[in-house]
Every structure is written in C-alpha cells, then in structure tokens.
Design a protein around this ligand. Sequence first.
Ligand code: 48N
Length: 319
Amino acid sequence: MAPPTQIETLVQESPRVIHLSGSPAPSTCLDQFGDWENFKFAPIRESIVSRAMTKRYFADLDKYAESDIVVVGAGSAGLSAVYVLAKTRPDLKIAVIEANVSPGGGCWLGGQLFSAMVLRKPADAFLNEIGVAYDDEGDYVVVKHAALFMSTLLSKVLNFPNVKLFNATAVEDLITRRDPATGELRVAGVVTNWTLVTMHHDDHSCMDPNTINASVVLSSSGHDGPFGAFSAKRAHAIGGLPKLGGMRGLDMNTAEDAIVKGTREVCPGLVIAGMEIAEVDGSNRMGPTFGAMALSGVKAAEEVLRVYEERKKQNEYHG
Ligand code: 48N
C-alpha cells in the first residue's frame, strides 16, 4: 500500500488543515462548534433531567433486586471477576456494589502514588485480553499508568448489558439462610445503604437498609480498613467463618500466589477474592504489584459460576 501522502499525514495530525483547503474534512467537535457566538443547547426543563435519572435508577433497583450474582467492591479483583463473568455468562444479572462514589479501589496509582503499575507474568494475559498496552520487562510487565488499566477495565465492565454498578452504595450486612437439613449458614444476598447513611448510623436516627437477593455473593472489598474485608468480618461475626487469619507482612513472592490460590467459596454462597482473602487466610500482602488482583478475579469468576450452577442444581436457587 502506498505510504500516506503528505496531506493525508497532515489530516491525521491536524484535520483542520484539510478544512481550510476546501475539501470535506472528517467532522470533529472542533469543526462543528467553531461559531461560539451563536452557540445554543437544545431546550430542557429540570424535571425532564430528574425523571431521566430517577426512572432509570429505580428501574435498575427493581431489576437487580433479584440478582444472580452480587459483587461487593469494585476494585481490581472485583472488576476483573465481573469482566470474566459478564463476558462468559451474558444471561446472568450481575450487581456490583461499590461504597465509594468512584469505583476502582486502590488501583488508580501504582505504589506510593507513583503512576506506573507492575503486574508479574502470567497476568499479562489479562492485559492482552482487555487490550491494555504495557512495557514487557521479562518476568513482569509495566502499564504506564494504573489509571489506564482501571479505566479500560471499568469501561469494558460498564458496557456489559447484564452488569449494573451501584456506586456510593455500601454493603452493610449479608442476607443469610440456614440449611433446613444441616443448619449450615448460607449467604443469599446483601443488605445495602447509601454509603453516607452507613457512615452516620451512630449519629442519626435509624435509617433502615435495602436488600438484594442473589444466588452467589463475591466479596472483593479489599484488606482491612474502615470498609475493607467487609464480608469476611461479617461472616465470621455471624458464625459463617470459623476464624480470620488477618493479613500478614509484605512478601511479594509469597503473597501473590497465595491470594490467587486462596480465592474460593469460604462459606456456602460467599466467594472471597483479592486482598480480602488475605484477611481470611492470614496470607501476606504483596504491596504494589497487581497481577494477583487480576488473576484472583479470573479465578473468582470460575468459582462463582461453579457455586451458581451447584445452587441451581440443589434448587436453592430462588433463595
Ligand atoms: O482495590 P481494593 O481495595 O481491593 P482489591 O482486593 O480489588 O485490590 C487490592 C489492591 O488494590 C491492593 O491492595 C494492592 C495490590 N496492595 C496490596 C498491599 O499489600 O497493600 O477494592 C475494594 C473495593 C473498594 O473500592 C472499596 O470502596 C470497596 O471495595 N468496598 C466496599 N464496597 C461496598 N460495600 C462495602 N462494605 C465495601 N467495603 C469495601
């Protein structure tokens, strides 16, 4: 194919050049809105905006009140799992509950506020799958900015029609059932509230929560902190988890393998992934390497689907 002519190269670099030369340039915003003096938005009434938001939000709340899968925590592990789940099973309804207004957890920067993000191989396979560029350094790869990874993953996840992100929403309890035969505790969904409400239960009158029923709950709420390791701590408190190991000191080589291998169903209906599993098992932390988060999410997706199919067979599926 002939190399691009000089004018074609110019178009790539500055499409307005063609515009000036008279032939039709590719229409860009800059081309369309040159005349700011006469610029005007289409008319609107405030109530139309309000209804556009609330109609959709409450339709989502209605639709996802019965979800197939709930994911607690939209950090790197949780969102990696959601990506695999939503892509593998477009028939399943997946509700993602994120306490922060901004999803992404601790994955907008590498370590100590540095931008670059390290993932040890073979986690580069996940970057290849979602289309994130990186420098290949042999045993590990480096994404130039952690936000490039997280924004790419988020945009993929939010584009799936069977995924709904409820951000600024906290999981403040688990829905549980007792197995009639064995008395075993099973997790059957989550209890939610606006995060700001959850933060003020102690200094306001009672503000009851909402609920989402689900066949499987995947919790990836990070290591211990004001909100972190939520489901591990709650399951332990209500007798679903015999003990909590508590996250141990930093050891990259030990931690990442342990987190991926430890990702699993910790009690019936509850799968735990990412750094939250370190709180369950007492495994080490790894510091600023994120390969285990991505692959813990991949393994969690596989575990969630196993539990989901098992639940369907046992016909406990409708909670
Ligand atoms: O990013 P995190 O905290 O958790 P992970 O496990 O996805 O990724 C952890 C990773 O970023 C590291 O910690 C790195 C590798 N460092 C390791 C180390 O040694 O320091 O995301 C958890 C998300 C956050 O966005 C929270 O806001 C959210 O979960 N969350 C909740 N959302 C709803 N309800 C809750 N109760 C809740 N608790 C936490």
